[in-house]
Write a new protein. Structure first.
Length: 128
């Protein structure tokens, strides 16, 4: 018989998924730091990713998906993606985040000059 209470049903499903996830990651350790808690799977090739919600899959299928991944703990996984998001110097994004090195200032100035040129062209077109 299904669980009628929505909150009890959610609690049951959370616990069921936690147990399945624990079984899949049993004995796994973080590739970077060796941690055994708060483990996550990271796909290095995004195009090969089937899904990140594999706890409901058959164990064989879930293991095949895990073979495409490396295991990282939550802090290491977050650090990996934070490093990916950092923009190199010489970009407007870095300037906007506070970098004032010469390449970043030049990039910002070039963008500003391009924007002014675009506005001048629009103003000239509007006068015609």
């Amino acid at each position: 018989m299904p669980i009628a209470d929505p909150e009890a049903r959610r609690a049951y499903h959370r616990e069921w998924a936690r147990k399945r996830r624990a079984a899949l990651l049993d004995g796994a350790v973080c590739l970077r730091c060796g941690a055994t808690e708060r483990l996550e799977m990271h796909h290095f090739v995004a195009s090969e990713k089937g899904s990140h919600r594999i706890t409901s899959w058959r164990p064989e299928r879930a293991r095949a998906e895990m073979a495409k991944c490396v295991i990282l703990c939550d802090p290491c996984h977050n650090a990996y993606h934070a490093a990916e998001r950092r923009k190199p110097c010489g970009t407007v994004a870095r300037y906007d985040r506070g970098c004032r090195c010469e390449p970043c200032r030049v990039a910002k100035a070039e963008k500003y000059r391009a924007k002014l040129a675009e506005l001048d062209a629009l103003a000239l077109a509007a006068r015609r």
